[in-house]
Every structure is written in structure tokens, then in C-alpha cells.
Design a protein around this ligand. Structure first.
Ligand SMILES: [Zn+2]
Length: 293
């Protein structure tokens, strides 16, 4: 079995579905993380990191090293698609995106390297973000679009034809990561309050409730708590992005395992019959034929 996890930036693979990838890799599934951009325009989000490097080139180099360490912690392979981070536009009105960034690349051009990679790696299952991106970063929205396009186009011999390219391949299932669902955040928040601890999620719960963002459907819960230590090691590896004293590490790990021992997904597309809810991304795939076109 082969699993392809498509992410926007280095560190996204460690905050969304990380323990799932570590678990499947440990079980012998071939797991490949593909990272669309180099994360060059990420801010230093860890106050204990110190001053950041100068310019996008230096940031790219730094984050390459972090990504390699995170992949080692998860026990997965990782490849870059080679696009440039769009940055998170801030202000009112929002400034235009920087020239040449991932968010501005036309879909056919942006999806082409991923289509080729799908044909080469031949994943049975692909994971990525829902159409909203999960949160409104232009690279996350674009990440969804290229993964959705590759899921649908990679098996079609008439699309994305390339001299010397690999044979068409149709992946069997497409999932969206839902690790930042309101349900999870609220559960963690209430568990901390119940234990008499200070929760960092209060503002989050309030502002999300106020905005009435509709929750997306969860179809699949993968039991992954045994691999939370690998997830945590991968998170810490992204030292420019993850504050070891920040909200990612606020909930005591024994409490987390008690109240939220899984990672959640939405089955967006399936070319195999399966019964919902599921507890395995490969439900309906194992023992069946491959995904050849
Ligand atoms: Zn990201």
C-alpha cells in the first residue's frame, strides 16, 4: 500500500495527519509527504528561536533542514514540488501576492509536477486539505486545488501528457485532513478546564463559534495516539515555526491520549466501495486490485 500526503509548507505534515503517516509507515505502508512550497515566506513563529535568517533563500535552506529532521522523526519519505511560498497576506485591503508565488501559478502548471509524481509513486490514497484550505492561506487553497486536480487527472492518458513521463495511475481514495476541527479544539479546551488547567484554546473556540464556520463532515478516525511522540518530535523539528511552549504542546499528553486518541479525515472521493464511518484510510483498498488506469 502507498500513501501520499500533499501539504503546502514544511511543518504542515507535522500538524495535520502526522501521527497517521508515522503509524502507516511503521506498519509497512510506503508513505510519501510532498510539500508544494519551500515555506520561504514563513515568519519566525517560535519566540525562543531568535532572529530569523536574511531573505527567502536563507529561509528556504533553514526549512529544508527542519523538514528533513521532521521526516526522519515520522519515518516517512518527503519530496518538494518546488514552488515558492505565497506568504500569508495581511492588512486591509489585503496586499497583492508576490510575483511568481505558488498561489498565482495557473492550475495546469501548478498541478503538472504533482500529476507526474502521482504517476511515478502510484499512491492508493492521497490526503490533502478541503477546498477552503482548512485555513485561509493562499498556498493551502492552492494545495487543495493541485491535489484534487492530480487525483482526477493522473489516471487520464489524455491529460498532462509528457514526453518520457510515467504511465497513468488512478489513486483510489482522496481524503481531507480535519485536525483543526472545532470539535477537536473544543474537546481539548474542555478537557483542560475539567482538569483545572489553563486552556490556550478559549479565544479560538469563541472566535470560531462567533464566525459560525460550518464544520465539515468527518468520515474517518484513525487511531494514532501511539504515534503522538513521533508527531511531537516532528513538530519540534520545525524550530522556526513551532514554539515548544506554545499551544501545540499546551495539553498534557496523557490527557490528550485520553480524550482525543485519533486523527480525523473526510473521505472526499472514492473509487472503491467502503462503509462509513471508517477507521482506516485503506478501507476497501486492501486486498483489492491496484489503482491502474
Ligand atoms: Zn502551511
Amino acid at each position: 500500500m502507498r500513501l501520499l500526503a500533499v501539504h503546502a509548507h514544511p511543518d504542515d505534515e507535522s500538524s495535520k495527519g502526522a501521527a497517521t503517516t508515522a503509524r502507516y509507515a511503521a506498519e509497512g505502508v510506503e508513505v510519501l509527504v510532498v510539500t508544494c512550497t519551500g515555506g520561504e515566506r514563513g515568519d519566525i513563529l517560535n519566540p525562543s528561536f531568535g532572529p530569523g535568517p536574511d531573505g527567502v533563500e536563507a529561509m528556504r535552506e533553514l526549512r529544508r533542514g527542519e523538514m528533513a529532521a521532521a521526516a526522519r522523526a515520522l519515518g516517512v519519505r518527503q519530496q518538494w514540488l518546488g514552488f515558492v511560498d505565497s506568504g500569508l497576506p495581511q492588512g486591509d485591503p489585503l496586499p497583492p501576492l508576490p510575483e511568481g508565488c505558488f498561489g498565482l501559478v495557473p492550475l495546469e502548471e501548478a498541478a503538472a509536477p504533482l500529476v507526474e509524481l502521482v504517476r511515478e509513486f502510484r499512491p492508493h490514497v492521497i490526503t490533502t486539505y478541503d477546498p477552503s484550505g482548512g485555513y485561509p492561506h493562499p498556498d493551502h487553497v492552492m494545495c487543495h486545488r493541485v491535489a484534487f486536480e492530480a487525483f482526477h487527472a493522473a489516471g487520464d492518458p489524455d491529460r498532462y501528457r509528457r514526453e518520457g513521463g510515467s504511465a497513468p495511475w488512478s489513486p483510489l481514495k482522496l481524503y481531507y485532513n480535519h485536525d483543526f476541527s472545532m470539535n477537536r479544539i473544543r474537546t481539548l479546551h474542555e478537557a483542560m478546564q475539567g482538569a483545572g488547567l489553563e486552556s490556550p484554546f478559549g479565544d479560538w473556540v469563541e472566535s470560531r463559534s462567533a464566525r459560525e464556520i460550518p464544520e465539515r463532515e468527518v468520515t474517518t478516525r484513525v487511531d494514532a495516539a501511539a504515534f503522538y511522540p513521533q508527531r511531537d518530535a516532528a513538530l519540534v523539528a520545525h524550530a522556526t515555526q513551532i514554539d515548544p511552549d506554545g499551544f501545540f504542546f499546551a495539553i498534557p499528553r496523557d490527557l490528550e491520549v485520553d480524550v482525543w486518541p485519533y486523527e480525523e479525515y473526510e473521505l472526499a472521493e472514492s473509487r472503491v466501495p467502503t462503509t462509513l464511518p471508517e477507521d482506516d484510510l485503506f478501507a476497501g483498498v486492501r486486498g483489492g486490485a491496484g489503482g491502474a488506469a
